[in-house]
Design a protein around this ligand. Sequence first.
Ligand code: ADP
Ligand code: MG
Length: 706
Amino acid sequence: MAVLIEKKMELSTPIQFTKGVGPKLADVLKKKGIETVEDALYYLPRKYEDRRDIKTISKLEVGKTETFIGKIIAMKVCSYKKNRRGIFEMALGDESGTITAKWFIYNYGYFKNRFKKGQKIILSGEIKSYRFQREIHHPDVEIIKDTSDSINFNRIVPIYSETEGLHQKTIRKIMKNVVDKHSCLLISPIPSFIRKRQNLLELSEAIKRVHFPKQDTDFTDIISGRYPAYRTIIFDELFFLELGLAVLKKGLTVEKGVAFKITDNIKERIASSLPFNLTKAQERVVAEIEEDMKRPFPMNRLIQGDVGSGKTIVALISALIAVENGYQVCIMAPTEILAEQHFLSIRHLTKKLKMKTALLTGNIKKARKDEVFKAIKDCDIDIVIGTHAVIQESVEFNRLGLGVIDEQHRFGVIQRATLIRKGYNPDILVMTATPIPRTLALTVYGDLDISIIDELPPGRRPVVTKLYHEKDRKKVYRIVQKEVEKGRQVYIVCPLVEESEKLDLKDAIQMAEHIKRDIFPDFRVGLIHGRMNSDEKEKIMLLFKDKRIDILVSTTVIEVGIDVPNATVMVIEHAERFGLSQLHQLRGRVGRGEDISLCLLLAKYSKSDGAKRRLNIMESTTDGFKISEEDLAIRGPGDFIGIRQSGFPDFRVANIVRDKEVLIEARKEAFSIVESDPNLTDPSNRYLKKVLQERWKGRLELATVG
Ligand code: ADP
Ligand code: MG
């Protein structure tokens, strides 16, 4: 164990103490995220050049990516009619022939200072053909001194992402030093039987090979992504992620939990309080939950269902089961307004059953809060509904039996754990409206069982979405006018501008003023935003529900959960500023009744703009799964549904979308280890456990630390 700690410490040695790195270079490396030896080891090449067998210029083939050496014969900026700024051109030659290198975007000063006629350089890139001449555009270039040097020549050479003051040769030299000296410090105690089965190398060997591939490596293998060294590093990251999730999940299911009784009597009471028949999908999910609740182990289940699929009622049914069994329930929502809305509808639905409910949010006055705290402690409240105020320290439950977390993507693993600690292993139900692709679900919710509501309540019609350019704003107003005249209600949503609440507020307020005064003086216009206190918000929402407001101007506070079936039109201002999943959430606020609903996206965009692509997706589908797949493809998994806030270890290399296959394998292996040794107490798993805790940085609670 001591060895492990020692190695870990050596890995965190500042990069500045490496040979050849002074304070100045250390600053430059920092810009690239390299501060320690370990950072450097994981700073992987962005591509490679095969410099084992360098072709002469005459042998270069059009259409292929080639690496070759040439002497600079001439350099100049050539201007053309079409291209006023000119193209920087370099004529290169060797004893066999000549070729032209071209840069369409360039920094003249840089070229002038760096290159000279007569100099030898090595270039790499795709060979093209233009008017029967071969040329190469924006090649990677390095100045050559000595082709016998063994780091930069006669091997497969790594190409790193560069920055000012950091040239390939410099960084390659640093990396060679670091890799030779320190890669042995990396240990990954993945058992050898798994390594064999999965064709993995030792982690230290893999890092070495990724930076400086072996002499006999097949070049096509390296660039195809099938390279075993690369796969080893990815597997390693994903394995420890999944191992942590496996421990979390197993840890919860082996603990003793509440075994709820579900009698016919209870079922009848619940059924009598429901305002409608459940859909088939809701029935199936309720059955899955009931099975979990009956078992003497804690439930740990996720309900995934698109916006409007009816998750609330499912959660309410499980809450009623818990209360009928004499337990308390805590329901946590991500925003005040959503918590209030849940509170109002749950209070309404449970009135007949004589259940005691309370709302707990940050906005509630201290005196009232203290009252609620006391009532929760004395078991005078059955169902508490609130924001994360419900998991703050001063909240003590008497008999918490079930915790429900709505819209999970706003919360992380840590909040979930805090909620669990409020009771004695209560059942946990998590609800999310983000229909994430399966692989992502395996990670983000890898420690939960998943139920899916894949059906909308009857009579729903898909929302019709139309994109309007800002210059057609009048058309949008005409549609709004017609709809309001038919008795319908409208949301106008203004975006959050650069995360600044102030601007956000100003936009919505000004918009409301403008609409009221200049556009629709005859309609009743309301305003709702995040800075209002909960009384004000509730008042406005109630007015809107009662049809005493025609047009509600809002910020994104209505993004989640608001439910007004008569609101059939949503106008989204500056739609180009929203992400896909947010647009989908917003749109979910309409289309809740039986009439056809409209979503009008008002946007400024140019043809080339990525925004246009997003907005076209919104126009073409209302399927949340499709939208989230597209979102994932556009944004990459990093930003997606807050993986960053979720409390998981960071990935340096792995990408759960690209590396789906590896993820599934890593998950299988990790879960099978935990299946046979839930707390990793077996002596053979000692190192595994230590490294696991290291990677999760204490965010993982293991029963025994040894
Ligand atoms: P979400 O899954 O987005 O949270 P909600 O639970 O808010 O959806 O439900 C959306 C709307 O559909 C609500 O008005 C709710 O009352 C209604 N609803 C839910 N289930 C049914 C059903 N089985 N039949 C009819 N209406 C339903
Ligand atoms: Mg909801």
